[in-house]
Design a binder for this molecule. Structure first.
Ligand SMILES: C[S@@+](CC[C@H](N)C(=O)[O-])C[C@H]1O[C@@H](n2cnc3c(N)ncnc32)[C@H](O)[C@@H]1O
Length: 249
């Protein structure tokens, strides 16, 4: 069916009837909310307010919630992953390091929702999700000089010239890291975009506040689990680059 100038708006009765039948079976959006699309077998998904679940940390003014959150965030060691996507890396790392607290930042709601469900299902009390832009929520939420490690795995490259301003890895992100990392805290970055890898290397090398992590930091990466993108690269033989930099004392 095509619409527009000079085109006929065609109504296909047969297709319309099929759509209507499917809708009666529960297909389609409920109240325009993507999270309420019924699953073919399990039916309508319960709507979860991400603000109300204990697996989520958020910027807010509720003193009771803030106190509880701050207790979680005051734990040391503390690590964060920015843009966790499917969450495979942070979820498995949190499971294998119960002594460490983790916060994953992600701006896509369905990805947060899916990680929240996995945390609740597998009972991983040392991992929480933040459904906010890290650049806005990290400054008020994470205490200065508190992070042992910040991971940014396969950040969006934003290829187009007019989108460059959206790239995460910039001097202002390094400023934020300088504030939040411990004096020997580690910034760990991976990308499969060669051009972006050059930009990142140049940024870190010219900045002067960070040095390459030597072998004494290897224990930190010992039980790392690949992200979804990394697993795809490994499977398809796509090269990727990684940067492990330490904030200079
Ligand atoms: C290319 S995906 C990589 C996902 C995952 N790290 C992986 O390796 O499979 C980048 C992710 O970063 C998230 N993201 C982008 N900018 C962000 C920001 N400012 N704060 C939090 N998450 C962000 C995106 O929503 C997206 O899920």
């Amino acid at each position: 069916m095509r619409t527009g100038k000079g085109r006929k708006f065609v109504i296909d009765e047969e297709k319309l009837a099929k759509t209507e039948a499917r809708r009666k079976e529960g297909a389609g959006l409920f109240g325009g909310d993507i999270d309420r699309v019924p699953h073919p077998r399990r039916g309508l998904r319960p709507y979860i307010e991400l603000e109300d679940v204990p697996e989520v940390v958020r910027t807010c003014e509720d003193p009771e919630l803030l106190e509880e959150q701050q207790a979680f965030l005051a734990h040391r060691p503390l690590e964060v992953e920015v843009g966790f996507g499917g969450g495979a890396s942070i979820f498995n790392r949190a499971k294998s390091r119960p002594d460490t607290h983790f916060v994953g930042f992600e701006i896509r709601r369905h990805l947060c929702l899916s990680l929240v469900k996995r945390i609740a299902r597998d009972n991983v009390p040392n991992l929480r999700v933040c459904y906010e832009d890290v650049r806005q929520s990290m400054p008020p939420m994470i205490a200065d000089q508190s992070l042992r490690r910040c991971s940014v795995f396969f950040p969006d490259p934003w290829w187009k010239r007019r989108h460059i301003k959206r790239r995460l890895l910039t001097t202002s992100f390094l400023d934020l890291m300088e504030q939040k990392l411990l004096p020997d805290g580690v910034l760990h970055i991976k990308t499969d975009v060669e051009e972006y890898s050059h930009v990142i290397e140049e940024l870190l090398e010219s900045d002067g506040r960070y040095i390459k992590a030597d072998a004494s930091f290897d224990h930190l990466f010992a039980d790392d689990h690949p992200t979804e993108r990394e697993a795809f690269c490994l499977q398809e033989g796509i090269p990727f680059w990684q940067f492990r930099y330490v904030l200079k004392p």
